[in-house]
Ligand binder design. Structure first.
Ligand SMILES: Cc1ncc(C[n+]2csc(CCOP(=O)(O)OP(=O)(O)O)c2C)c(N)n1
Length: 188
């Protein structure tokens, strides 16, 4: 499956109060085009989606925070995944879309193939964790279990490297911050 298809499937499982943090590049662009707006679209700040998700989950315990991250971003901020496992926030869900590449910048290979995600995730004391290939036949069930788990959860999905022809997000980082802050304060 492509990342675009996974995010399209995810759309059916999110509610109005969920906050989605997407990693910079294609994933944020896809999240912007597919999901209700505004969400937290990282731009430029590579390696930070998990840290930003953790901060939001701590500050908004009544909201479900769903982080969608590429493998390049996830590996760049790997230490923060261990920090999230330490805190075990039940409102935090991390979805890793692994295409083995820095696809946004031309498809250079990441070092993702050197990591055995199943063993890595097993080594963390987390309520729900899984590593598998994204498949059309199973995606709804996989997302449902991952998102509805009552514990902190991480789902690693191997996806096809592919890119839709999408326009860039028209908002500057400052505008994104302003819009999401407004949304979060309004609902408090
Ligand atoms: C510190 C830093 N290095 C490099 C970049 C350039 N850059 C932007 S997106 C990206 C690739 C991100 O890869 P991944 O998270 O695997 O997502 P994909 O593009 O494959 O969807 C890179 C290298 C950046 N923005 N910041």
């Amino acid at each position: 499956m492509k990342g675009f298809e996974v995010i399209t499937a995810l759309k059916n499982f999110i509610s109005e109060s969920d906050v989605i943090v997407s990693s910079n590049g294609n994933i944020s662009r896809e999240a912007y085009h597919i999901l209700p707006k505004p969400q937290v679209y990282l731009r430029g700040s590579m390696g930070l989606p998990v840290s930003v998700g953790l901060g939001l989950a701590l500050a908004n315990p009544d909201k479900r925070i769903i982080v969608i991250t590429g493998d390049g971003n996830f590996l760049m901020g790997l230490g923060s995944a261990i920090t999230t496992a330490f805190y075990q926030l039940t409102n935090l869900k991390i979805l890793i879309l692994d295409n083995l590449k820095y696809f946004t910048t031309g498809g250079q290979q990441t070092v993702s193939s050197a990591l055995n995600y199943s063993k890595f995730l097993d080594s963390l004391s987390i309520g729900y964790k899984a590593s598998k290939e994204a498949s059309m036949d199973r995606i709804d069930e996989d997302l449902s279990v991952f998102l509805n788990s009552e514990s902190f959860s991480i789902l690693h999905l191997a996806i096809k490297a592919s890119k839709e022809n999408l326009e860039n997000i028209p908002w500057h980082p400052e505008e994104i911050t302003e819009k999401i802050t407004k949304r979060l304060t309004k609902s408090k």
